[in-house]
Write a protein of this length. Structure first.
Length: 225
């Protein structure tokens, strides 16, 4: 799991660079903020269809990943203010953690951008941000220690997987939105190289002495990132 966390940090560092150099970041972030504002406004008015929509997407993603692993969806229920439930014939850690890891709608929307005319690109970027906001809102609400999906797979393992896959797919989306599919290998390679340097430093660091050397190690890691 430490390797997964390190790779997540490396991916995050690369994402930061894309945010700083790419002009689409304002539109992308605006889409995320707009979803949160809309969600708050709808709930303030007193409607619950936003919560129902988030629960429905959550359960559909469970079902979708069960189908990917050749399982069946036996039943799916969504209840206002009570959450939802899906019954599947085949499950594993990816099926159980999938709603927290994969912003499915945002991934699909970002993936079609290179096939549209250039003038439509800014709208696709905004819509991608909007649906990423939906994923993040649901993640913040549902990813907690009382969640059975988390307890079934272990808290540390679940946190590591969810962190890594969220950062990974957000990075992929931002690269596709900014520079198209051709930039994805460059993004992954840069993250991999940063990860290698971090892991090498951790494995070869001289831990002899006292724990104060941890400050030195952390400083060196941040100098790589």
């Amino acid at each position: 799991m430490p390797a997964g966390v390190i790779f997540s940090l490396a991916l995050f560092e690369v994402i930061k660079r894309f945010l700083l150099i790419n002009p689409i970041n304002i539109v992308f972030i605006s889409g995320i903020i707009f979803y949160f504002l809309l969600r708050y406004l709808v709930k303030w008015i007193g409607y619950d269809f936003v919560d129902v929509g988030e629960v429905l997407v959550h359960e559909l993603v469970h079902g979708f990943f069960s189908l990917l692993f050749l399982g069946d969806v036996k039943s799916l229920s969504v209840y206002p203010k009570k959450g939802g439930q899906v019954s599947v014939s085949r499950s594993n850690f990816l099926v159980e953690l999938s709603p927290y890891c994969f912003p499915i709608i945002a991934i699909v929307v970002s993936g079609i951008k290179p096939f549209f005319i250039k003038s439509a690109g800014i709208y696709i970027v905004f819509i991608t941000g909007f649906f990423l906001g939906q994923h993040l809102a649901a993640l913040f609400k549902d990813f907690h220690l009382g969640q059975s999906d988390i307890l079934n797979n272990g808290i540390v393992f679940s946190f590591s997987v969810v962190l890594f896959l969220n950062v990974f797919f957000v990075g992929i989306m931002m690269v596709i939105l900014g520079d198209g599919y051709s930039a994805v290998p460059l993004f992954l390679n840069e993250a991999f190289e940063i990860s290698k340097k971090c892991i090498y430093l951790i494995l070869h660091f001289d831990y002899a002495g006292n724990w104060s050397k941890l400050h030195e190690l952390i400083g060196k890691l941040f100098s790589i990132l």
